[in-house]
Each structure stands twice: as structure tokens, then as C-alpha cells.
Design a protein around this ligand. Structure first.
Ligand code: IVH
Length: 686
């Protein structure tokens, strides 16, 4: 096939996949099953590895960049990013309409209303239809270039969908990056599972995610985007949209996700009615909505009414009062988690807010307590943050009792009185205060509960109440002791029927057969969530081999970083933990992994990671890859410290540069063939 024909075929495949991504991520109407999509995607990956010179930076495979950035560069916005004037008052909405009407006395005005997405403002620039730049708002004049992070968001088109028409030469759009309520809840659950501090709300976690320097990390966060305005439209072939309604339609056509609902209004009464309707509807949106944005529909009028230094005069945000209530904070208790992390909790006089009665709220951490200056006995404002979790918003200062003293975070664990340690959070989330006593009853309880939980060893009957009693009575102080329990002991516990006791023992017996990843997750090692445990299960045939792994070997596994590797090696290095494992083995637990995918261990390249770059004299990429895999090695697409060899042909570009910088071993095709001790003619025919 000629180069030109291949290119046509390649572009068509890219476009087809981009269309499916649009159907899935923007429209939420997938046209293919996940499997069929994966197959198509795989086809593109193979195509690109066979024809690296065709590979386009706009390809759907190129969303996640290879290496972390050193920092973000600051860029000046070509059109400033303004904010909006806010109001909570209906009268001010009427005032706003009157004000604009007076400025445009001869015009009949119409308006749009759309949800105010509670996320992080973003500007996207497209040049010749290709995504060229994504920036944060910054101070409105200058923001950070976060293009690499934005590209990982699958609902962001890398190229504009214009069909056969030519794209605008330049397009700059504005929107909001957010985390869905569901994605946020899931992310926080995972972080808690892995013993990491949780995020305060979806907006903070979206903002924190965008600040990450490693696009790989960003890609793992459930981020999404809604685009709601065109800031600049430069096209010779078509006029720019004349109204906000047309703008949103145009943006939809280009492939952007636009607000869930948009209303067209003709009077202040109309606006107020719609604002109320949106106030009810917003609960059903996937994202947090903190208000309604009112915009003058006709764009040509925007210039005529102008803007203040900060905000346009043709738009305004009506903010919904968060569902809040005042109550007394009667105590601050400290919760000790499974990994020993101490979390302050507000004990509240029960109060009805946002549809439920709230009597406890997390205070997150010591910094948060100090920042808000929360003291016992204070009257506080409680809010359903993110409509999910109750939070203490602020203290009503003029009701503070004169004798209220600042809260002193305890220097010792409230459960076992061991002095606490302070550790700078390794991922986002500030300082973690920890009780390091492994025998702390609170930790023991949490560990046993975690072990029994559905996501881990899935032990029937092993709920919170039972575990608490077992620990209180001293019947179980570690995981292994669960397997020594006798029926009489369990049945003798308060309000325990013999049948339930038997159920629990049967549950324990059944758990002995669980797969290795459940056991590893169940051990509750810091930073080792269920996902990491599965990855480990795929890479190690049994627990003993995992225990023997060094940090370097662990880090060589895709998806295992230094923090996780160090945590594993530390944990398995503890004599107490080794003893626990020995006891679990004696109790008859399964240590083998059903997920393990044996790698060739006998091949000359077993366990080694290769990167291919440039054009090799005789081998195609597929042939070279097949040889590496046959010899027990792995092929990776990006060069990093984990790479063992880079096989470089002609026209090897940035990967070769990088390999030289990292001082990696670089091989020619001949040297490569020598290394794997295979003859060129043994290549599989294609
Ligand atoms: S229009 C010239 N529309 O709210 C102002 N903004 O408080 C253009 N926001 O900076 C903004 N949803 O980050 C507009 N549908 C929407 C919005 C929206 C959320 C954010 C945006 C803006 C902030 C102002």
C-alpha cells in the first residue's frame, strides 16, 4: 500500500475512534460495546506501532503524555477570563434586567439561563481545528498552560468535528472542568481504602487534579468538562454565532459537551421562574451546580453594554443558597483509621438539613480546624457539601462563648495513648497525624473490619458490631486470631445466636480459599487499594514471591510507583507482619494468585523492558516486538527509568534523546538480535 493510501486508512481509523469517544463521553450514547471499542482501539495502536511515521499527535492514543512536567508555564489570555457578578436575591435579578434594558432602550431583549457548573474555569484554544492550548484562569489575565492534563479528559475533542467543512482558523472556548458527584464519591472511597486522606469536595478535587504535573495521574481522575462560551471565533468560511443559543449549538456541533439544559427567556418573570425550575432540576445533574447563569442572548449587544473591570454587564450569576443550618458543636472526637490516621469529627446537636438529620460531620484535618477556628461549644453553620457529605462551613463568631478555648489536637492517640507522629501527605491532602502503635485497639478493630469487608476477604457475618465485641473481649487482636475462634467463644458474645456464630465461622472457613489479591488488599497496607492488589496478583504467583520483591522490582511494574513500592517493602519487612503471614499460612489460607499471568522466565530477556524507536533496517515493529516477547521481555511505548534497552533505528527522535539523557543502553538492530540470540529469518511471517 502506498504511503498516501496508508495515511487515508489511518486518518479514517482515528476519526472513527474519535466519533465513538464522542458518543460515549460527550453524548453518553455509546454505539459500540466496550469490547468492540477496545478491539478498534487496539487496531489503531498496532497500526501506529507498524507505521510510526504516520502517528499523529491528535490520535486518540495520544491523550496521555509520557513524562511528568517540571512545572507549568504561564501564558497570557488573548481574551481576558472574567468572572461574573453574583446575587442570591430575586430583586437583584430584576434590577439587572432593568439596568441592561436602560442601556439598550431601543432593543427587545432576550436571555438565556444555564446551570453554573461548580468546577474550575478553563480556556481551550484550537488552531486549524486542533487543540493547541488549555489554560487555567489564573488571575484572569494570565493562566497556567495545562494542555497535557486537559488532553487526558476524554470528552475534550482533540480535533473539532467539522465533517467535510474546514474548521475555523482559530477558536477559543471557555468552560468548566469538574468531577462528577459519583466520580468524586468513588475516588474518595478508594483513597480511604488505601489509607489516603480524602478530598473535601468535587471542586477541590478537580482543582487538585489539574495541578498534578504527571498527566498519567490526571488521566486516572474522573474529570469531565462542560463548555459554555466562545471567546474568540476566527473563520473565513463561516460567520461567528450571533447568539448564546447559537454558540452552544455550534459548540455541540464541534463535539463539545455543553450544559445539560439551556432556557430561553424574554422577561424578568420568565427568568425567575426558570431559575426556580433549575433549582429543583440541578440535583439530577451529574455535577455540582451552584447557581444559574443569566446571559443576554444576542452577542452583538454584549459589546454595547460592556463590562466592568471584573465582570461583564450582560451576564449575571444567581447563586442558590446552599442548604445550611445552624447548630451547636457539642464535642470534637478523634477517629482512628485502619492505618492509624487520626481524623477529627464534629459531634453536633442533631439538625435537619438538606433532607436529612445530621449529627456528625468530618472536620477533615487539623489544618481545617485551625483555619476555621472551630471550638467546642461553638454555634456552627452546617451544610450538605456537595449534596452528599455534611460539613461544618463556619463558626457563628458573635455567638462564641467567652470561655471557648481553641481545640488542641491531642499529642497522643485517644484510643491507646501512644504519642502521635506527623507526616507531610505524600499525595495531595496535607499533614497526616498518625498513631503508629500497631496494637492500638481502634486500628485493630478497623483492620479486622476491613479484612472481613465485602471488597476484601468478603467474610459473611463479620460486621462492625461483632468485630468490636471480639476486640473488646480480647478474642481477636490480629487477623490470624480470627481463624482460631471457637464456636462457644463467638456464641457466648452478647446477643449472639448460635446460628449467626456458626455463619461467621463458616464465612471465615470459606475465606481461606480467596484469591491472593483479596488477601493482599485485606492486609490493609498503606496505599495498597484493591486495584493495586490486583496488579500485584497479576505479577506475582504467590505471596512469598511478592514478599521477596525489592523496591526496584516492584517499581518496574506498570502502575506501581515508588510510594507504593516503598510501602509494600516496609510492610513486609516488619517482623510482626512476617509472623502474621506465617500464622495465616498455618491457618490454611490460600497464598496463590489466580490472576497471575506467567511471564517467560527462561527467555534471555525475561523481565526486561524494551522501547523501540525509529525505523530498523530489516525488522518491522511487530516483528521486533514479537521477538522481545518471545524472549520473555516486554515492549513499552515510552522511555523512562524503568526502560532496560532502547532499540534505535534511523530517524529515532525524542525517545533516543531521552534514552541518552537517562544513560540507558541503546542497541542497534544487530546488537539487539545478538542479545536475544535469534536469527533475523526466524521472524514470524505476517
Ligand atoms: S459564563 C464572562 N457560564 O463561573 C464570564 N460561567 O463566577 C463568562 N461558570 O468564571 C462566564 N458555569 O468559571 C459562564 N454556564 C456558565 C458557567 C460559568 C460555571 C463559572 C466560570 C466563571 C465563574 C464566574
Amino acid at each position: 500500500m502506498s504511503f498516501a493510501d496508508l495515511k487515508v486508512q489511518y486518518d479514517a481509523l482515528c476519526r472513527e475512534i474519535a466519533e465513538h469517544e464522542h458518543a460515549y463521553y460527550v453524548l453518553a450514547q455509546p454505539k459500540l460495546s466496550d469490547q468492540a471499542f477496545d478491539r478498534l482501539y487496539r487496531q489503531l495502536v498496532d497500526f501506529e506501532s507498524d507505521h510510526p511515521d504516520l502517528k499523529s499527535p491528535d490520535s486518540p492514543t495520544q491523550r496521555v503524555g509520557g513524562q511528568p512536567l517540571e512545572g507549568f508555564t504561564s501564558v497570557r489570555h488573548q481574551v481576558p477570563m472574567m468572572s461574573l457578578d453574583n446575587t442570591y436575591s430575586q430583586d437583584e435579578v430584576r434590577d439587572f434586567v432593568n439596568r441592561v434594558s436602560k442601556l439598550l432602550p431601543e432593543e427587545t431583549l432576550d436571555w438565556t439561563v444555564e446551570p453554573k457548573v461548580d468546577g474550575v474555569a478553563l480556556s481551550l484554544r484550537y488552531e486549524q481545528g486542533r487543540l493547541a492550548l488549555g489554560t487555567t484562569r489564573g488571575d484572569g489575565i494570565q493562566g497556567d498552560d495545562i494542555t497535557a492534563n486537559i488532553r487526558t479528559i476524554r470528552s475534550v475533542p482533540l480535533t473539532l468535528a467539522t465533517g467535510d467543512a474546514s474548521p475555523p482558523e482559530r477558536l477559543e472556548v471557555r468552560g468548566e472542568v469538574f468531577m462528577t458527584k459519583e466520580g468524586f464519591a468513588k475516588l474518595n472511597a478508594e483513597r480511604r481504602e488505601a489509607g489516603e486522606p480524602s478530598f473535601v469536595n468535587p471542586r477541590n478535587s478537580a482543582a487538585g487534579s489539574l495541578k498534578q504535573l504527571d498527566p498519567q495521574l490526571v488521566a486516572a481522575r474522573p474529570l469531565d468538562i462542560i463548555v459554555y462560551a466562545i471567546a474568540r471565533f476566527q473563520a473565513t468560511a463561516q460567520p461567528s454565532p450571533a447568539s448564546q443559543l447559537d454558540s452552544l449549538e455550534c459548540l455541540r456541533q464541534f463535539g463539545f459537551k455543553t450544559p445539560d439544559r439551556i432556557w430561553h427567556c424574554h422577561s424578568a418573570d420568565d427568568l425567575l421562574r426558570v431559575i426556580e425550575e433549575l433549582g429543583h432540576l440541578k440535583h439530577s445533574f451529574a455535577y455540582e451546580t451552584d447557581g444559574a447563569v443569566i446571559k443576554l442572548n444576542r452577542i452583538a449587544l454584549h459589546q454595547r453594554v460592556g463590562a466592568t473591570a471584573k465582570a461583564p454587564r450582560w451576564a449575571m450569576a444567581f447563586k442558590y443558597a446552599a442548604e445550611q443550618a445552624e447548630t451547636i458543636l457539642s464535642a470534637i472526637t478523634i477517629q482512628v483509621g485502619r492505618t492509624g490516621a487520626l481524623t477529627p469529627v464534629a459531634e453536633l446537636e442533631p439538625v435537619f438539613v438538606g433532607g436529612t438529620t445530621v449529627s456528625r460531620a468530618t472536620l477533615h484535618n487539623e489544618e481545617e480546624l485551625r483555619r476555621k477556628d472551630i471550638r467546642i461549644g461553638d454555634t456552627v453553620v452546617v451544610e450538605k457539601a456537595g449534596e452528599i457529605i455534611p460539613a461544618v462551613v463556619r463558626v457563628v463568631m458573635d455567638q462564641r462563648q467567652p470561655d471557648a478555648a481553641p481545640f488542641e489536637f491531642p499529642g497522643v492517640c485517644p484510643e491507646c495513648q501512644t504519642p502521635v507522629t506527623r507526616e507531610e501527605g505524600q499525595k495531595a491532602g496535607g499533614v497526616v497525624i498518625r498513631c503508629e502503635n500497631p496494637d492500638c485497639p481502634a486500628q485493630v478493630r478497623e483492620r479486622l473490619e476491613h479484612w472481613c469487608s465485602r471488597g476484601a476477604m468478603d467474610i459473611e457475618g463479620g460486621g462492625q458490631v461483632l468485630i468490636q465485641k471480639l476486640v473488646e473481649r480480647g478474642l481477636a487482636s490480629n487477623l490470624a486470631e480470627l481463624y482460631q475462634l471457637k464456636l462457644e467463644e463467638v456464641a457466648a458474645l452478647e446477643r449472639m445466636a448460635e446460628k449467626s456464630a456458626q455463619n461467621f465461622l463458616d464465612g471465615l472457613e470459606a475465606s481461606k480459599q480467596r484469591d491472593l489479591w483479596r488477601l493482599v488488599f485485606g492486609l490493609g497496607i498503606l496505599h495498597v487499594g484493591a486495584g493495586v492488589a490486583k496488579t500485584l496478583g497479576q505479577n506475582y504467583p504467590d505471596l512469598f514471591q511478592l514478599m521477596d520483591a525489592t523496591e526496584d522490582q516492584l517499581v518496574a511494574i506498570d502502575e506501581i510507583g515508588e510510594v507504593i513500592a516503598a510501602s509494600l517493602v516496609n510492610w513486609f519487612g516488619e517482623p510482626a507482619h512476617q509472623e502474621l503471614i506465617a500464622k495465616l499460612e498455618r491457618a490454611g489460607l490460600n497464598f496463590k494468585s489466580a490472576l497471575y499471568q506467567p511471564e517467560m522466565t527462561s527467555g534471555p530477556c525475561s523481565g526486561q523492558i524494551f522501547v523501540l524507536t525509529g525505523t530498523l533496517p530489516t525488522l518491522t515493529r511487530s516483528e521486533a516486538s514479537a521477538k522481545i516477547e518471545k524472549a520473555g521481555g516486554k515492549v513499552s511505548s515510552s522511555v523512562s527509568k524503568k526502560t532496560d534497552f532502547v532499540v534505535a533505528g534511523t530517524e529515532a527522535g525524542s525517545k533516543l534523546e531521552k534514552a541518552k539523557k537517562l544513560d540507558l543502553r541503546i542497541l542497534s538492530e544487530d546488537e539487539f538480535l545478538d542479545l536475544i540470540r535469534q536469527e533475523p529469518d526466524s521472524a514470524p511471517s505476517r
